[in-house]
Design a protein around this ligand. Structure first.
Ligand code: MBD
Ligand code: FE
Length: 296
């Protein structure tokens, strides 16, 4: 595993930046009024810090140098997803009734090979880490089982590395897209992910060290769950007893998302059960219908 230990912040940052450029569409059509309001408030917030904290030229120049380095290291996706995305997610998912969502983070890759449940994620034959059977059901908010729902799952290996962002790992290692059976049930065999430390050798790591913070996220599974006619949910699941559940650097843990694995009844390792409850799509359009009833 020497290749993996040579993973650098700049390499995974460059990968995350390239991924973002390929797949995210910038919200074209944001109105002048909205840009004025948001950019204006952001600039004012920074100026307020300068004035209230009496920021010196040395501090201002250190800040400028650091911002330049964030770009050089490709760490804008990492920086934003660790320190800002949780609030965006809170706004985006405030009106859901089903399962809790949380942040996507910088390491999602679409179009993983599709498998039907029961499935085993692609991994090395001697993949380090305890075996984990992750199982449950996908349903709608009335409890209706969603057969053929899609569960995209991705997670770090036992050393905390994500395939396609650290060198030396098979392309789809510990990544998959699993469809539920006609009862909406799924069984996914994988390994227990390890707690994850965000790269310490890049600009974000330098900030963390300079501020006396820690770089840890609790061990987590990343998921996107979807079914036709239902709202896709992006979420993560965590494990009770992990010390970083209580102080995730990315502020992305919610109590509903912390699972308690048990010894596996019919084999080695651990098993854990979680049901995903999806909101129907039409809730968004209901809002549109309601407002169309008004005088304008
Ligand atoms: C991760 O694995 C992650 O999930 C987030 C949010 C940020 C950095 C690395
Ligand atoms: Fe992650």
């Amino acid at each position: 595993m020497t290749a993996e230990t040579q993973a650098t912040a700049a390499a995974s940052g460059a990968g995350a930046t390239a991924r973002f450029r390929e797949n995210k569409t910038i919200a074209a059509g944001t109105s002048t009024e909205r840009v004025n309001a948001l950019a204006g408030r952001l600039i004012k917030a920074v100026n307020d810090v300068v004035l209230e904290e009496k920021v010196s030229y040395d501090e201002y120049n250190a800040f400028k140098a650091w911002l330049i380095r964030v770009g050089e290291d490709g760490e804008w996706p990492l920086f934003l997803d660790v320190w800002v995305e949780h609030s965006v997610e809170e706004v985006a998912n405030a009106n859901r009734h089903g399962s809790k969502g949380t942040i996507e983070g910088p390491y999602y890759i679409p179009d993983a090979p599709v498998q039907q449940s029961p499935a085993t994620l692609p991994m090395h034959e001697d993949e380090p880490g305890s075996q984990l059977l992750f199982q449950g059901e996908v349903k709608g908010i009335a409890g209706e089982p969603l057969g053929g729902a899609m569960i995209e799952i991705w997670h770090a290996d036992d050393l905390g590395f994500y395939s396609q962002f650290a060198p030396g790992l098979p392309e789809w290692n510990l990544r998959g897209a699993i469809t539920t059976d006609d009862q909406g049930k799924f069984q996914i065999n994988t390994i227990q992910p390890a707690p994850y430390q965000i790269p310490t050798d890049g600009a974000c790591g330098a900030l963390i060290a300079a501020a006396g913070w820690h770089a840890w996220r609790p061990a987590h599974l990343h998921l996107k769950v979807s079914a036709p006619g239902y709202r896709l949910i992006t979420t993560q699941l965590y494990f009770e007893g992990d010390e970083h559940v209580a102080d995730d650097i990315a502020s992305a843990v919610k109590p509903e998302l912390v699972l308690v694995p048990t010894r596996r009844a019919d084999g080695e390792g651990l098993e854990v059960t979680y049901d995903f409850i999806l909101d129907p799509h039409h809730q968004d359009s209901e809002i549109a219908v309601d407002s169309s009833r008004g005088p304008n």
